[in-house]
Write a protein that binds this ligand. Structure first.
Ligand code: NCD
Length: 303
């Protein structure tokens, strides 16, 4: 299998059938029952940005498949000394990397790596572009809670503008005909967001987003990201924060998701975060199984 084939750079250009193949294979993965599919392989985790969930779950997933992992942070590595992205890539290849998982603040960084290296590259989040492993684990979580994608409506509420998770989710869900409603104030959810993929809509009114929704995904609203924008967080909370009372507008059996990190008291209240409809920690667990499948696929072992 060539590197480009095993690489996972985004969801936009992934076919629905391939997505289903990954999701089905994920079901067979279980970190508590390790399988030596990647025995002796070396997975390099190259993180130019902070990460808790994504990094630890890729690491646990790789180990559960019998691979060795090496974690490289931008700080404390030669990246700090000004080494270019590609030179870092060539170096990692030369030390024997069989696959590279990369998170980078610039959109397209994983793509550049993949074009120049003969090993699979997995995008663990690139700038405001995509976060494909998150979209896959979220799709996996939806399928574990709902029978299929057929007829589903998903509301995504929060800072869509700064969210690569939202972009990847829109691409993925759209391929399965899911109706996606993006909701938030105009600066965080510009009208143009409706053009990310077919079947994506934008509304400013949370009741409109929630009505009839099977899944409610909340996204982080981080103060530091809002510099230069006119967002009043008190007003955001008043209009968009997920509370038990608001959640009643969604379907009775709606589930609440959030890629994390969650900010209690901002995107959602603790009652919702810890409530019976929340699937936030289930998403984290599902991240490990889905990433096992993604890594197995990268190295041609998803059979
Ligand atoms: C997200 C990310 O980094 O894009 N987190 C994650 O990987 N689970 C979301 C965020 O940081 O807001």
């Amino acid at each position: 299998m060539d590197a480009a084939h095993g690489s996972l750079l985004g969801v936009e250009h992934l076919e629905a059938a391939e997505i289903m193949r990954i999701l089905k294979f994920s079901r067979r993965m279980n970190p508590d029952r390790p399988r030596p599919l990647l025995k002796g392989k070396r997975i390099l985790l190259l993180f130019y940005e902070a990460s808790t969930r994504t990094r630890s779950s890729f690491e646990i997933a790789a180990k559960a498949l019998g691979a060795h992992t090496v974690l490289i942070h931008a700080s404390g590595s030669s990246i700090e000394k000004g080494e270019s992205l590609l030179d870092t890539g060539y170096t990692l290849r030369a030390v024997g990397a069989d696959a590279i998982v990369i998170r980078h603040p610039n959109a397209g960084a994983p793509q550049i790596m993949a074009e120049h290296l003969d090993v699979p590259v997995i995008n663990a989040g690139d700038g405001l572009h995509e976060h494909p492993s998150q979209a896959l684990l979220d799709a996996y979580t939806i399928l574990r809670n709902k029978k299929s994608f057929r007829g589903l409506q998903v509301a995504i509420i929060g800072d869509i503008f700064h969210s690569r998770v939202a972009r990847s989710a829109c691409h993925l869900l759209s391929k399965f005909g899911v109706k996606v409603i993006l909701c938030g104030p105009p600066e965080l959810v510009p009208d143009i967001a409706a053009t990310i993929a077919p079947g994506v809509h934008v509304t400013r009114h949370i009741e409109d987003a929630l009505r009839g929704s099977d899944v409610v995904t909340l996204l982080r609203v981080q103060k530091e990201r809002l510099a230069g924008m006119h967002i009043d967080l008190t007003e955001y909370i008043a209009r968009y924060q997920m509370t038990p009372a608001r959640l009643k507008a969604a379907k009775k059996d709606a589930i609440v998701m959030h890629p994390g990190p969650i900010i209690r008291g901002l995107e959602l209240t603790s009652e919702v975060a810890d409530g019976p409809q929340a699937r936030i920690l289930e998403e984290v667990s599902n991240g490990v199984t889905t990433r096992m499948a993604i890594l197995a696929r990268a190295l041609g072992k998803m059979r």
